[in-house]
Design a protein around this ligand. Structure first.
Ligand SMILES: Nc1nc2c(ncn2[C@@H]2O[C@H](COP(=O)(O)OP(=O)(O)OP(=O)(O)O)[C@@H](O)[C@H]2O)c(=O)[nH]1
Ligand SMILES: [Mg+2]
Length: 401
């Protein structure tokens, strides 16, 4: 394969900058800028990095990986120099002059995938996980299990179609398919989106959202006042709630009418993992779902009798907040698998298709429906995905990955 190169670290001031070179000529090209020669494959060494005319750019650690024992599966050289962007740019420029090509976004990962070094589900996740998250397990083992179950069910169906007199246990096929559906449902239920869980404080104007926001953070992040409509925009802040890191969002006042749910706020609500709905008067919004916690705010004030099903909290004095934190953690749950939006929506389609397969009246129809499910599993872990699909997924990665 054509030799590609890129800076694998972000172009920001930092102690170390890493340059990655991968492809058929990676060793030959790297040798031209490392006068003392490359360390042996699988080893690393401290080397000067210099131009072909002997101008020394820097010195650093050089790592050599011989195909197939590298991230991409190709010959790879990694050069770790000091983080000066000027020096790194000079080295990148030299590599271009020596016949290597600047990698496209995600091209290293795409080569790793093409060479069977990693599954798409894991690479995609690894990319998404760069924003920190507590969930860290990939989907690959679960997908493999689903794939094996599917293969078994489809081949049992094929056998029953071809030899109707010999194989006749339709109930067992249905049972296995029902089990498969259960596995998909539970996998979907245990997937969280990468990134921090998002907790949104919402409710009518003057409900006390910003006051509670500031109380949770422990400092005056947003302005509070008795003028309705003080907060005009969404204010996100990373913080800890009972030990769990979350993105807490304070927002402008909303009313509880159904229209509110249709408005542009809907987008933020859709992306929220938990919505704390504050209202001293305890008017429940019609669009509340399982992610909503109903909170009667300003509970220290008189005049708002307690309502059933509502927590009572005073952001001003911190009353009821421990109970609120507990409930927030319950809504967030602990989801062991992180997945991207694409993976979650494909898993949801899997669930729908297996449900339809179970409703099929004939073995033929069921086998047909399940083969489409098989295609979807392939798309999830990348096996059988078209070149265009792969390119579009990997192009969302950073250069250098
Ligand atoms: N007594 C009491 N007053 C509160 C409490 N929470 C908020 N307030 C007061 O209620 C008024 C509105 O509070 P904010 O926190 O600004 O309300 P908000 O929901 O952010 O309002 P908008 O940003 O305008 O939508 C302020 O005068 C606060 O001091 C509370 O728990 N107890
Ligand atoms: Mg406010």
């Amino acid at each position: 394969m054509e030799t590609i190169f890129a800076q694998a670290t972000a172009p920001v001031p930092q102690a170390v900058g890493i340059i990655r070179i991968s492809g058929d000529n990676a060793f030959a090209i790297a040798e031209k800028i490392i006068p003392a020669g490359l360390p042996d494959a699988g080893k690393f060494g401290f080397r000067d990095v210099a131009s072909e005319d002997g101008e020394k750019f820097d010195s650093g650690v050089v790592l050599v990986f011989k195909s197939p024992n590298s991230f991409t599966g190709e010959d790879v050289v990694e050069i770790q120099v000091h983080g000066s962007q000027a020096v790194i740019n000079k080295i990148l420029f030299m590599l271009g002059k020596l016949g290597a090509r600047q990698a496209k976004p995600g091209e290293f990962s795409m080569r790793a995938f093409m060479n069977g070094k990693a599954g798409l589900a894991d690479l995609e996740l690894a990319n998404a996980l760069t924003s920190s998250t507590d969930a860290s397990k990939g989907l690959r083992p679960q997908l493999e299990e689903i794939r094996n179950d599917l293969l078994f069910i489809i081949s049992s169906l094929e056998a029953s179609i071809s030899f109707p007199n010999d194989v006749g246990d339709e109930d067992s096929i249905k049972k296995q398919t029902t089990n498969l559906l259960f596995k998909i449902k539970s996998l979907l239920g245990s997937c969280s989106k990468p990134g921090l869980p998002r907790v949104v404080l919402a409710g009518p104007q003057n409900a006390g959202k910003s006051t509670l926001f500031n109380f949770i953070l422990g400092f005056e992040r947003t302005v509070t006042s008795d003028i309705a409509g003080t907060t005009r925009d969404w204010v996100p802040q990373t913080t800890k709630i009972a030990g769990r890191t979350v993105e807490l969002v304070d927002g402008p006042g909303l009313d509880a009418s159904p229209d509110t749910g249709q408005s542009s706020f809907r987008k933020l609500f859709d992306s929220a993992d938990c919505i704390v709905w504050l209202d001293p008067a305890a008017v429940k919004p019609e669009f509340a779902d399982g992610r909503f916690l109903m909170v009667q705010s300003q509970s220290d004030k008189e005049g708002f009798p307690a309502q059933q099903g509502w927590l009572r909290v005073s952001g001003k004095y911190g009353l009821g907040t421990d109970e609120l934190y507990k409930k927030i953690l319950q809504v967030l749950g602990q989801k062991p698998f992180a997945a991207t939006e694409r993976q979650i929506s494909l898993l949801a389609s899997l669930e729908n298709s297996v449900t339809s397969a179970l409703e099929c009246q004939t073995d033929d129809a069921m086998a047909f429906e399940l083969s489409s499910v098989f295609q979807m599993v392939s798309e999830l872990d990348g096996i059988g995905a078209s070149q265009e699909v792969l390119e579009s997924i990997f192009s969302s990665f950073c250069i250098g990955k």
